[in-house]
Design a protein around this ligand. Structure first.
Ligand code: SF4
Length: 442
């Protein structure tokens, strides 16, 4: 069922063959500096024309990462987390520069207990291999079950070869395969590569699979190893999978926009999980319209990495081999926006939480409280405003705090006095003595 790689310009009828299949210029055997896909051009990391002063951004980011550090590629999970906290410049820069945040947290003395366990990783891979086994027949069967349409058979199923050199080559190969998907056939793209612009830099993402329906619709497939029991799964895990899939959908929409006529990118993703407590796969269609809208808005709000990098002192680096004090100073020089949600989404959470608490930042108490307090960013500022020692009385947050402080004082004044510590201790001793005497009599 797996298709052999086909030469470009084949006479086989293809869907949306216009700009993509007409390309014939896509280099998949070697990376070229400019990838042309028909009339469209796929943005390349090497093409990012941004600079910070006289220094190209790529060089600046390499300096930030450290001379010997390999860049850590951004994945959809990281992008979804980034989109969940778009105000955090620290994370945007570290992710954009490809810094290994786990290693950085360890070097800062606040290691995170973050990430997937080795056991879960192996289990997930084994399950995915099972779902995609037999040339993807099982996965296409599940797709047919949830998306409808003609039943997939070996004659009407395609699994194009997507192998290419480097992420740019794989992304170009994926785009070509999507454009060449045959009308009337099921096409399964196993581990395609898609690109997305994030804060002025390109991120390459790898969904588990993308299915092209015979009617031309594209559907993202997420394969997870958490169980689906009686047709429903852990809401938090499904939500995380939906946010991750939303990033893939946004990247696919970019590709679809370059094809004429533009195919529909489904807003329902196919979530495949083990059924009940078995290892048998089952699928569910998850609507990700909300997550897609939120992620699109949040990613658009990210400050450009170039602007964040240019605000740093020359020579700033996050290289792990420098003294801890220097490294801490470098990290602290990039503003962060800590929130308790970071604990479940970012490797630097313990470090940032400690700093937020040291500074008395109200963000450490949660975004809802931070939002209520307006201009008052620290616990000290809140207390002085409540006591009437500072703050604008016309500010609704200050007025509400003073009212709350007055109510508290009023309640305390009318309450019976609490026993003093010494009196309470004496009473406790007396009660213990009575109990002991009683026990002796018995
Ligand atoms: S833990 Fe720190 S670096 Fe990570 S997102 Fe939160 S504030 Fe930003």
């Amino acid at each position: 069922m797996r298709d052999k790689p086909r030469a470009h310009g084949t006479s086989r009828p293809t869907r949306g063959a216009g700009p993509v299949s007409a390309a014939g210029r896509v280099s998949v055997s070697g990376i070229t500096d400019v990838l042309s896909v028909g009339s469209a051009r796929l943005p390349q990391v090497s093409e990012i024309p941004t600079t910070t002063g006289a220094e190209p951004l790529r060089t600046r980011l390499a300096t930030l990462r450290g001379p010997d550090a390999q860049p850590k590629p951004l994945d959809a999970r990281a992008l979804a987390a980034l989109a969940a906290n778009p105000g955090c410049r620290r994370r945007a820069l570290l992710d954009g520069a490809g810094v290994d945040k786990s290693a950085l947290a360890e070097a800062l003395g606040s290691p995170s207990g973050f990430g997937q366990s080795q056991f879960a990783f192996i289990r997930g891979n084994a399950f995915e291999a099972r779902v995609k086994g037999d040339g993807g027949a099982e996965l296409l069967r599940l797709a047919h079950q949830k998306l409808g349409g003609p039943e997939p058979t070996p004659a009407t199923s395609r699994v194009p070869e997507l192998t290419a050199v480097g992420p740019e080559g794989r992304a170009a190969r994926t785009e070509l395969a999507l454009g060449e998907a045959e009308a009337g056939a099921w096409t399964l793209l196993d581990h395609p590569m898609v690109a997305l612009d994030v804060a002025g830099s390109s991120a390459f993402l790898e969904p588990d699979a993308v299915v092209v329906h015979p009617d031309g619709r594209w559907a993202v497939v997420e394969i997870k190893s958490f169980p689906m029991i009686d047709g429903s799964a852990d809401a938090a895990k499904v939500g995380a999978a939906a946010r991750q899939a939303a990033v893939y959908v946004l990247a696919l929409e970019r590709i679809a926009a370059r094809i004429d006529p533009a195919p529909e990118v489904g807003h329902g993703i196919l979530l495949v999980c083990p059924k009940d407590f078995s290892n048998l796969p089952t699928a569910s269609l998850v609507d990700i319209r909300k997550q897609r809208a939120v992620t699109r808005r949040q990613l658009a709000r990210l400050t450009r990495i170039e602007d964040i990098a240019s605000a740093l002192a020359p020579g700033t680096t996050f290289a792990l081999d420098q003294p801890a004090e220097q490294l801490t100073h470098a990290v602290e020089s990039v503003p962060a926006t800590y929130a308790p949600e970071c604990l479940a989404a970012c490797e630097l959470a313990f470090h940032c939480r400690d700093r937020a608490r040291e500074q008395g930042a109200v963000t450490a108490l949660g975004r809802a409280i931070r939002g209520e307090l307006g201009e008052l960013a620290t616990v000290d500022a809140v207390l002085t405003a409540a006591r009437g020692e500072a703050g604008d009385p016309d500010d609704p947050a200050v007025a509400a705090l003073r009212r709350a402080a007055a109510l508290r004082a009023e309640a305390l004044a009318s309450a019976p006095p609490a026993p003093r510590m010494e009196e309470a201790a004496v009473r406790t001793e007396e009660a213990a003595g009575v109990r002991e005497a009683g026990a002796a009599c018995r």
